[in-house]
Write a protein that binds this ligand. Structure first.
Ligand SMILES: Cc1cc2nc3c(=O)[nH]c(=O)nc-3n(C[C@H](O)[C@H](O)[C@H](O)COP(=O)(O)O)c2cc1C
Length: 191
């Protein structure tokens, strides 16, 4: 099962990087699959450690998807790394094996420590809709603009029905981003 997380890693100088990443979940082992051009991949390769942050604050996924975001953190307990203040819980992981075959690496990590900060509230359709919108925002260069527009319109209905202010704000940020993003693949010709 893939769980959506905010992965924090450090570069060799100790600068933190924040990236939304879907990880293959396991209690003892977590598999991370970053594209080889990402900072996350370079940091994992260079330092051998990461923190997998679980949060219900979808604003972090929205901002992480469209910008080089930075968020408040605390030091990790056992690996060189940082924990998000906004995390509900987290896993600190160490790299066990790394397959760097492009386009997407496969990095098997062992869970060295886990921590808990606050309750993860539960299912919410708007939060899932914002997650899907965040993923679409990372694919504007791959998908036809019409498809992105249609999917955003469908997801906006769900946000309008079930969101709180934070989800509405995150969706608005993503909508503005895709509205001005460079065009993706051309629309299919009408038949
Ligand atoms: C919910 C979600 C899940 C994502 N999962 C992955 C993933 O598993 N691997 C990956 O390379 N990018 C994934 N991305 C895209 C990265 O977050 C994005 O490319 C980011 O800019 C990489 O940041 P970095 O270069 O700072 O590591 C995901 C994005 C979102 C919104």
């Amino acid at each position: 099962m893939i769980i959506e997380s905010i992965l924090t890693t450090l570069d060799a100088l100790g600068t933190a990087n924040f990236a939304p990443m879907g990880v293959e979940w396991g209690e003892r082992e977590i598999v991370i699959k970053p594209f080889v051009e990402t900072t996350t991949f370079h940091n994992l390769r260079d330092t051998g450690a990461a923190v997998v942050n679980l949060t219900d604050d979808v604003m972090l996924f929205a901002r992480g998807a469209i910008s080089t975001a930075r968020f408040p953190t605390l030091p990790a307990a056992v690996v060189p790394g940082v924990v998000l203040e906004a995390a509900c819980s987290w896993r600190e992981v160490e790299v066990r094996s790394l397959d760097a075959t492009p386009p997407r690496a496969r990095i098997v990590t062992a869970v060295a420590h886990q921590g808990f900060r606050r309750e993860f509230l539960g299912f919410n359709r708007a939060r899932h809709a914002v997650l899907e919108a965040a993923i679409l925002a990372t694919r504007t260069h791959l998908l036809p603009a019409g498809q992105i527009r249609d999917e955003f319109a469908r997801l906006q209905v769900i946000v309008d029905k079930t969101a709180g202010p934070r989800e509405r704000e995150a969706m608005a940020l993503l909508t503005e981003y895709v509205r001005t993003a460079p065009a993706g693949r051309p629309e299919p010709a009408p038949r």
